[in-house]
Design a protein around this ligand. Sequence first.
Ligand code: NAD
Ligand code: UDP
Length: 360
Amino acid sequence: MSDLPKVLVLGAGGFIGANLTERLLADGRHDVTAIDVDGEKLEGQIGHARLTFHRHDIRRRDDSLETLVRDHDLIVDLVAMANPSLYLTNPLDVFHLNFTENLRIVEHCVKHHKRIVQFSTCEVYGRTVAGVLGKDPAEMPFPFREDESPLIMGPVKNHRWIYACAKQLLERVLHAHGLEDGLNYTIIRPFNFIGPRIDYLPSEKAGNPRVFSHFMNALLYGTPMQLVDGGRSYRAYTHIDDAVDGIVRILDNPGGVCDREIFNLGTPENETTIRGLAHRMIAIFDEHFRRPGDPHPEIIEVSGEAFYGKGYEDCDRRIPDVTKARTLLGWESRHDLDSVIHHTMKYFVEAHRAKTAKGS
Ligand code: NAD
Ligand code: UDP
């Protein structure tokens, strides 16, 4: 290894981690150690001179994790179960990985005086005031601000919130370590990043991925596009390249502006309902990717309970206020919604067609 700063990226094999690792290697300003139980999304990077990849489970009970933290200059923690269906089917696994195991990383950072960049979630904001009052969230825009907005969760019996609560508690513990031990942390709250390497098609791999993959599956395999509870909820999508640009600025931390700060990263202009997303995806697929014989998926409505199981409750609307990232980091997201959809779709279509061509 060289004299460059050493970054430990935990969860580097995931969607954000793999895109971030690729960018860090391309920038050439860091030596990167990538940790994950799965290295598939890093395939193009493994073998790079400035990358060390360890297939490693952070739950291992030996001193390997502490040694890794001790031996790096900056720790980036992305490890989580980050898929809503798992919050319903495996709530305790979600809690233990997203809180208990992540807490060990935080404690190693406290002990060895390392700066940590912790991935949290926009889901810590929970629901909007309008949603709680039973009003239409469209009529009461409620942008989420890092240091002002209350965090509003649903009742305990709706165990979907265990993910958001675990992440929120970890944020509060980081803050407390900052106060009591001088821990230098930065928390990132991503608002629906999408792009190449996100998730998988459920017809090709068992599981229940995030919505874009389900809708892609419908376009490529002809399964129905299912609108959960009518697809009324809103999300604002951010291109992974824009997101990585923001993350790198946070890692760089010019003048210490990110010390003990929380940053929303999101694109308020790219807001859509889930129903709107389904229609935009069909239109973009038809215009740019459709081939004769491709299926025309049916759009159907399904209840949250039928789709996810008991205990589901949705975040009705998530509008990121990104003033802080704009002013402190000069960060602007550049891709509009159609471009985010088009780029992500291209990735899925090309991978699918390459696979089908190989199989035929
Ligand atoms: P992801 O599921 O693609 O990545 C998580 C990675 O963690 C996976 O590669 C997984 O293999 C790895 N991992 C899980 N358990 C592990 C273990 N025991 N040891 C080592 N590695 C393990 O998710 P993502 O979308 O890349 O999200 C990354 C982070 O950002 C997560 O903390 C997530 O909560 C947060 N986040 C992401 C989004 C988004 O828009 N993608 C939104 C909100 C929050
Ligand atoms: N959703 C949907 N159809 C699907 C999958 C998800 O309508 O096939 C909805 C889900 O109920 C939520 C939104 O899409 O309102 C976004 O869900 P996703 O799984 O992408 O994750 P989230 O944004 O909630 O973290």
